[in-house]
Design a protein around this ligand. Sequence first.
Ligand code: UDP
Length: 398
Amino acid sequence: MNKPKIMMVYGTRPEAIKVAPVIKALEQDERFESIAVSTGQHKEMLDQVNEMFKIQPAYDLGLMNQVSTLSGVVSMALAGLDEIIEKEQPDVIISQGDTSTAMSAALAGFHREVKVVHLEAGLRTGNIHSPFPEEANRRIIGQVSELHLAPTETSRENLRRENFRSADIAVVGNTVIDALLEAATWETHFADERLNALVDTDQRVVLVTTHRRENLTAMSEIGAAVQELAEAYPDTIFALPLHLNPKVRNAVLPKVDTLSNVIITDPLPYDQFTKLMGRAAVVLTDSGGVQEEAPSLGKPVLCMRDNTERPEAVLAGTVKLVGTNRARIISETKLLLEDETAYAAMAHAVNPYGDGKAAERSVAAIAELVGVGERLPDFQPEMPKDPGLDEPRLSDQL
Ligand code: UDP
């Protein structure tokens, strides 16, 4: 009997990080033949992750330099993936998350009657315009998927509310935590000397990342907030690995690039980024992945969005939604930098998103889907840890 062929499609940095553990697990599993396909929706940031996790996609559609509109990305991805599906004849296509790549992969698979599996299924804000276009992409992917790999119980409940069948949903945890745990085992050095110099000091670091499409108009507010904070706290380092999108760079850079305590870098390779997260006292971000990773490192996150599809860490008290208003970002950051009690209340390590076994559970659920194995028990998060506990932290290992 031929082995079931599993095709993983990805194309952006966060997808590559989240599919890497699954690609690895599939490669090592003799029950399957697996193939990785990149749409190349991101270029440099994706190459960094491929290199880091030693992933070699069999195909790369190289979309980044060809198109810039959402419809352009989707139409080219659909056409390119359709050809690959026709040639490779996979039994299963795995679509990760909520990007245009993920939505195109799911639709391309559905059109060819290939079983579609949605990894990181069931995240919802309830607002189709936010995050844009991701919330719509998730819902579309869900409609054509035969197996929903939900990271948490909340995401399973979202799917159940939309009448997806319980039997088609497995709660597996988020593979980003598998990736983070793997990164913690690597020996990592910062390429940037300014970051390297922080390693042996106790200088306070605030890490800032921003890139969301719906935040682009507010980006200069975010830049102005960082500027004001950096001026108010000259002994604190504000580290900004800046996304490559010129709209992000043009809005943020002019506000902060002359300040001596602001370190601006290009996007960091995953190993260096996670190390920096481990070194930070506070994280300001609008990123989905960072909202999942930082809580497991015990880092308070101020999320520069009005809503989130990741409520678990908000409920656990380690992520706070602060929106994109300059004054609010400043006041919430000041609170964490000045009030030890407020800081301690948010700085406890929680792991609502995974235990490092999400890839294993995902592969087991796929095995069941194609009739070569059985599922594992669902992921169950540990309850929030008492901040007073003296347990070693993952951030100490990075
Ligand atoms: N990340 C990285 N280098 C950076 C910034 C982020 O490797 O300079 C990682 C981060 O650890 C997380 C992922 O990229 O796993 C998040 O990507 P992004 O914020 O672009 O997308 P989102 O998660 O919001 O979809």
